[in-house]
Design a protein around this ligand. Structure first.
Ligand SMILES: Cc1cc2nc3c(=O)[nH]c(=O)nc-3n(C[C@H](O)[C@H](O)[C@H](O)COP(=O)(O)O)c2cc1C
Length: 453
């Protein structure tokens, strides 16, 4: 049974709002680095086993089981890297920056524990360039951790050996694509931030050609609690296949927007109407994006769903996204996508929202951020932006909604990385669920003011 809000311990945001917590003195007084001795007394594989038992799933978007990912490092690998993904650029997502600001030492401790499990001696944290405040706090914390000897110094560990970790913070330059793990690795190497073809996966051939694990900030910030209380305890907090808690960044037309640590699987309705105090001005809900702008939008009749990785994709109460009558959005392997938990960025829209405008704004973002490597994404996202711009300005042409669907269908699944899907999925969802509204933006006269095609 997942915990309720009343009995849920805060694992990651426990120090949010606590002044002085983000310094070493403040963090140590509240337990930072206390889990390291316990981990060092265990064999590295036992640390990974604990994480496997915990059912911790990646919080960067895909929800892949973390412990299982760690086991993909080839046996006997000499040089292994851990790369922490702090690029956080998905519109609507704002959790990692809060974790980094309020508890950088928790993140460093999580990095230490994961590195020990993986046999990584030098970890990298790739932080989004615009996060000046968080970068400053993090750099100070890293310097403190070096001075205190948590980093850069040998620690005796199980089996009579020693373990030493170095940590480098690397600033990106504000490109959304560099959050995609292989583009991030290219950028870290000083190359253009273009995604790599997989396989080989980073766990086999990652940064500088070496086995590499890429994990999100929130994912790693959960590891200290797993080591302290045990994997089973952590698993017991969540749903059968997703352990722990979930951080949601909720924005839009609610009375109390914010970043909240909540029980895994909390119903979306409870998030909107209870945690966030309902819709501003007592208005009606029109739509909600549950996990960052790349995730298909849900309508008011779809919010009785647990906010949990599997349920959002497959909950029978949620209708699959139908591209056109009878044709559902297939994300491969016969799985039909409803929506996804994604990066935890919940965007709530009330009845006054112009969905054509929202759709255009989202398409504009992906067209701007497409790295240009794959033709369907490079050409398709720009085309979608032009078509939705016409609709948003009431200058749509007959057939524009069908055209948008056809372009999106041509992008989905046909690119090296999922940025193409990130544009296609929401487009298909808007065209299905708010079709009448988009159609109402079509004028008989062909418009030319905002570009051809
Ligand atoms: C276009 C794109 C952008 C992404 N941006 C981020 C990001 O900003 N932060 C992040 O942790 N993961 C991001 N991801 C997911 C990463 O590729 C990767 O799955 C994740 O960092 C793995 O960490 P986890 O297993 O701990 O979730 C992005 C993926 C794509 C396709």
């Amino acid at each position: 049974m997942p915990v309720t809000r009343a009995d849920m311990p805060k694992l990651v945001l426990c120090n949010m709002g606590v002044e002085g917590q983000n310094t070493l003195a403040g963090a140590t007084a509240r337990g930072a680095y206390s889990r390291i001795a316990k981990a060092l007394a265990m064999a590295p594989a036992a640390v990974t086993d604990e994480v496997k038992k915990s059912n911790l799933r990646g919080r960067g978007g895909a929800g892949f089981p973390t412990g299982l990912k760690w086991t993909f490092i080839p046996k006997g690998a000499q040089t292994v890297y851990l790369v922490v993904n702090a690029d956080e650029s998905e519109p609507g997502t704002c959790k990692d920056r809060e974790i980094l600001f309020w508890d950088p030492h928790l993140v460093i401790e999580g990095i230490f524990l994961a590195s020990y499990a993986l046999g990584c001696r030098h970890a990298y944290l790739y932080i989004r360039g615009e996060m000046m405040r968080e970068h400053h706090v993090l750099q100070r914390a890293v310097a403190e951790a070096y001075k205190a000897g948590w980093l850069g110094r040998d620690h005796a560990c199980a089996g009579g050996g020693s373990f030493k970790l170095d940590l480098t913070v690397h600033r990106g330059a504000g490109a959304y694509i560099c959050g995609e793990e292989t583009a991030l690795l290219n950028s870290l190497e000083g190359r253009r931030g273009w995604p790599r073809l997989k396989p080989p996966f980073p766990a086999v051939k990652g940064v500088w050609g070496q086995p590499t694990i890429v994990n999100n900030v929130e994912t790693l910030a959960n590891v200290p609690a797993i080591i302290e209380k045990g994997g089973e305890w952590f698993a017991g907090l969540g749903t059968p296949k997703s352990g722990g808690t979930r951080i949601l960044g909720i924005s839009g037309h609610v009375n109390k927007p914010g970043v909240y640590e909540l029980p895994m699987g909390i119903p979306l309705r409870e998030v909107i109407y209870d945690v966030c105090g309902g819709i501003r001005g007592g208005r009606a809900l029109k739509g909600v994006i549950p996990g960052g702008s790349s995730m298909p939008i849900l309508t008011p009749d779809e919010i009785d769903v647990p906010m949990e990785f599997d349920a959002l994709m497959t909950d029978a109460r949620i209708k699959p996204v139908e591209i056109r009558p009878g044709v559902k959005l297939d994300i491969g392997g016969g799985k039909q996508l409803r929506t996804m938990a994604g990066s935890g960025g919940v965007m709530v829209m009330d009845e006054t929202t112009d969905m054509a405008m929202v759709c255009w704004r989202i398409m504009k973002f992906y067209a701007h951020e497409s790295c240009g490597q794959c033709t369907p994404c490079r050409e398709g996202t720009g085309w979608l932006e032009r078509v939705t711009r016409r609709l948003a300005h009431g200058e749509g042409r007959p057939g524009d909604v069908e055209l948008a669907e056809s372009i999106a269908s041509g992008i989905a699944g046909n690119t090296i990385c999922p940025l193409g899907d990130a544009a296609a999925w929401p487009m298909l969802a808007f065209a299905t669920k708010f079709r009448a509204e988009l159609q109402s933006k079509i004028t008989a006269a062909p418009a030319t003011a905002h570009g051809a095609a």
